[in-house]
Structure formats: C-alpha cells, structure tokens
Design a protein around this ligand. Structure first.
Ligand code: ZN
Length: 116
C-alpha cells in the first residue's frame, strides 16, 4: 500500500527532526506532497496514526499540502502543468519531459506545544 510507505517516510523524517532539535509534544506535521504521488489522504492519515502509537510522535496529526506537478519539455523547452494522465508536452506532444515538481515528499514545518 502506497500510503503506508509514505507514512513511514514521513515518520522517519519527523522522528529524525525531533531527535535533532530535541523537540517535545509534537502537535502538527506540515508536509508537502507532490500531485504525482498517488494518494488517498484519509488513508495516509490513518496509516500515520497507527505508526505513531506509543512513539514520541504520538498525539500529532498531519496537515497535507499537495504540490502541483510541473514539467519542462526537452524538445521545445517549454514549461507546463503536468497532468498525471497526459505525460507529454501539450505544445509539441513530445514525451521527453523533465519533471520539475510533483513527486516530492517534504516536511515543511513542525508545530509543537508552546509550554510555559
Ligand atoms: Zn514540447
């Protein structure tokens, strides 16, 4: 299941960041996921919730932002929005594309409890 793999990747990234910055009581994980990653957000959320049980990430939730897919044509050099179903250049129909964005998985921010 693709969502489980993504949830694991997010978990590993966040866990490493928590360790590095000695953060406590994590609340919200903001992540950016490219639109080329096939994904059902609800499934990713539930996989994540299962993974974080009894870990230091427990109690946190995911905020997912999708990043639009863009590509550049190797043949005519134009840049355009990429549609998962049409993987070719809309100007010259070339399939020689460079993916500029859309397949990323990034943690953009971590929100923690502000304790007094
Ligand atoms: Zn082209």
């Amino acid at each position: 299941m693709h969502e489980l793999k993504l949830a694991r990747e997010i978990f590993d990234l966040v866990d490493a960041a928590l360790q590095e910055h000695a953060m406590k009581s994590l609340k919200i994980v903001h992540c950016k996921i490219g639109e080329l990653q096939p994904l059902i957000e609800e499934q990713l959320q539930s996989c994540y919730q299962i993974l974080i049980e009894n870990t230091r990430l427990a109690g946190s939730c995911l905020h997912i932002e999708r990043v639009p897919a863009q590509a550049r044509c190797r043949k005519c050099g134009r840049e355009f929005d990429l549609d998962e179903l049409h993987l070719f250049c809309p100007h010259c129909q070339s399939t020689q594309l460079v993916i500029l964005s859309g397949d990323e998985l990034l943690i953009s921010d971590l929100e923690t409890d502000t304790c007094q």
